[in-house]
Design a protein around this ligand. Structure first.
Ligand code: BGC
Length: 410
């Protein structure tokens, strides 16, 4: 009898383990992202290790964050989740994540991670997340064939860019690859703010949300350029995702895109002709600054499988994995001991510029991508920027007052 019970228990346990694989929740869904993810899945040995990956696409990761929150409240969180910047702190403050001290020690993170990466992935002096990527968001991507055909030169300033927008429009070409999507629009705003305001303005306005900076002549100037772009392209915007817009850029249906270097991930799976035709420039007037966004993974506390999580994290923090994954993803590695000389030329530039910005203290966190401010304020601010862009009747003063009100939220 005892034997039968033991057997039943074994069968039910093996069913239980079959029924509930270990889960890594993320928001990657474009062709390039899935290409990088499939490399990660190979390394995790998805077929045999009991791990599965689950994508909650959309809204620049916001949808995945909502699902993560809801599942944590319901008591059924995934074992591991993709996360960014200040969201890491919120989860760590609540005590919902496991610290990674052992891994940090074996991988000598203290010395092998870039200093800013340590800062972003730590809470109260302990590592609480595994760093995977460093993306740059102040890029202008350009379709050279379209520019050549239109006899246009790449814009160096925001006023050049406005002229180019109107020229392209008059020729029936979509000037900017952009969807009606708050985070895509907010990245455009960040770039204008940095380009026209410089790094000190950017920091005061989008990291500190300083009321005097928000209520300044500079903000009016930035808003007027943002509005001018909106008036030129707003009517034609559709609800498309960033990757659908990138595809338009690749196909020559759009001329430019202002977004992060996840575009390189798409180039990695595009034709050689496309790879030669799409080029990158640092976004107008933002040269010398590096706006960063990082992807990390957290291990949610309460899981009975921390051993397996540690084993996975060990694999995902190896030099070879980080080298290959970041090359596919279009980002640069979070460690400072990885050679990127076989990366795409734009990634190599990103790597050089990161070091220069690190030395000159001009690395800036992307507010849109959750690297700068408290997640609640970030969501409200991104929404405010979106509203201002879409509703062309909204006044500059209304925007300024709303942002100051957001800054006062405790
Ligand atoms: C993530 C990137 C991702 C991009 C577009 C960003 O928030 O950090 O990894 O490729 O969103 O989906």
């Amino acid at each position: 009898m005892k034997k039968i019970i033991a057997l039943l228990l074994l069968i039910s346990l093996s069913f239980a383990s079959q029924a509930k694989p270990l889960e890594l929740l993320h928001w990657w869904s474009s062709k390039g992202e899935l290409n990088a993810l499939s490399y990660l899945e190979n390394v995790m040995d998805r077929q045999h290790s009991g791990w599965e990956t689950k994508s909650i696409a959309g809204a620049g990761g916001k949808n995945a964050m909502y699902v993560l929150q809801a599942r944590a409240i319901a008591g059924t969180p995934p074992e591991v989740a993709q996360i960014e910047g200040t969201d890491i702190l919120s989860w760590a403050q609540l005590g919902f994540v496991n610290h990674l001290d052992k891994l940090a020690k074996t991988q000598d993170w203290q010395h092998t991670l870039r200093p800013l990466v340590t800062q972003v992935n730590s809470f109260e002096g302990r590592y609480v997340s595994l760093p995977l990527t460093i993306h740059r968001t102040n890029w202008l991507w350009l379709n050279q064939a379209v520019f050549k055909q239109a006899h246009l030169t790449p814009p160096n300033t925001w006023s050049d860019l406005l002229v180019v927008i109107h020229q392209l429009k008059s020729m029936g070409v979509q000037p900017i690859a952009l969807g009606k999507d708050s985070w895509q629009i907010s990245i455009l705003f960040e770039n204008i703010a940095l380009g026209l305001g410089g790094s000190e303005y950017y920091h005061n306005a989008l990291v500190d949300i300083n009321a005097a900076t928000i209520n300044s002549a500079k903000t009016h100037e930035i808003l007027s350029v943002f509005r001018a772009i909106s008036l030129a392209i707003n009517k034609d915007l559709t609800q498309s995702t960033w990757q659908q817009e990138t595809e338009k850029l690749f196909q020559g249906q759009a001329a430019m895109q202002i977004t992060g270097d996840w575009v390189i991930g798409e180039l990695n799976v595009a034709s050689e002709e496309t790879r030669n035709n799409i080029t990158c420039f640092v976004a107008p007037q933002t040269q010398g600054n590096f706006v960063f966004n990082m992807d990390s993974l957290i291990s949610l506390s309460g899981s009975q499988h921390f051993d397996q999580i540690e084993q996975l994290f060990e694999k995902l923090s190896q030099k070879t994995f980080l080298h290959d994954f970041n090359r596919l993803k279009g980002s640069i590695p979070p460690r400072n001991d990885i050679d990127v000389s076989d990366y795409n030329a734009c990634s190599q530039k990103s790597n050089q510029d990161y070091s220069l910005s690190e030395a000159s203290n001009t690395l800036l966190p992307s507010m849109t991508d959750s690297m700068a401010i408290d997640p609640r304020k970030q969501r409200l601010l991104v929404n405010e920027i979106y509203k201002y862009f879409i509703n062309t009747k909204m006044t500059e003063q209304a925007f300024i007052s709303n942002v100051i009100a957001i800054s006062k939220i405790e």
